[in-house]
Ligand binder design. Sequence first.
Ligand code: NDP
Length: 312
Amino acid sequence: MERVRCLIIGSGPAGYTAAIYTGRANISPVLYEGLQPGGQLTITTEVENFPGYPEGVTGPQLMEDMRNQALRFGADIRTGIVTKVDFDQHPMRVTVDDEKELLADTVIIATGASAKYLGLDDEKKYAGMGVSACATCDGFFYRNKTVAVVGGGDTACEEAAYLAGLAKKVYLLVRKPYLRASKIMQDRVLGNEKIEVLFEHNAEGLYGDNGVEGVHLVKRLGQADETHYDLPIDGFFLAIGHKPNSEVFAPYVKTDEVGYIVTEDGTPRTNVPGVFAAGDVADPHYRQAITAAGSGCKAAIEAERYLSEHSL
Ligand code: NDP
């Protein structure tokens, strides 16, 4: 059976950065790209906050640059989805696409997280044309415009407050008659005159000829006084939670109640020796390309140390 010294699972900024570092350290990493090569950044347009690109760069270009940099240092980048792992044995056993098995001395989990969507066809139709799941990434394009944020948790309140610093007007669409967010975040939203909270509102669809021009809303869905109306907006932001892609590893690696992999404070070390987690799969807080890349670097350095300490 094939045995690799460092197996990297995932191809966002964390995975590729880990591949660049382990490649340069002569560890000959093998990286599996998964379902969405390049990760979440491949579905954004312009990235303006990644250092080193003063004029900005598109998400797909940034990921291609990172991928090429990893290839340059000898990373073996493959297509495939890790469907099963056994971290009880060392080297660890990993199954790809339910058929190929390989052994790994170290594993870096960089499988990311996926933003949750409502499931409307229009979310796909207007993807990158007014629909976003990341205010920090895309908020800048809505300066002095009108946007709606969906959700009533801390993320939604945080995104709404962030967008209120840029946009002319922010509607927060909350399906319940109350916010689930912490008191401090609620106060921040309710006390902001640019933000209007629309309780008991659900989005049914979007409309517009060249990108989003408005949202079809239903108020008090299922009640006797249910009403439908259209609200003109320029941007539609989802903030109904993220799902870390950790299921395959959860039987072995400690996760929190949402599924984020728990790492030792400030390090990418998981509870399993030789298994490291980097990027959004272990980060409920920052979720930025640059923080993911940074943690991919840390994971690579940890893997390198682990291999040398164990003479592998
Ligand atoms: P949450 O699960 O806390 O909230 C999700 C929100 O989206 C809820 O209001 C929920 O509504 C709503 N929602 C879910 N599905 C739908 C749907 N289909 N249609 C309409 N609305 C929907 O997720 P968050 O991402 O906000 O937070 C995740 C965790 O991270 C939490 O523990 C949070 O406290 C933490 N966090 C903390 C921050 C901070 O402290 N600054 C910042 C960001 C996150 P409903 O209430 O009806 O279920």
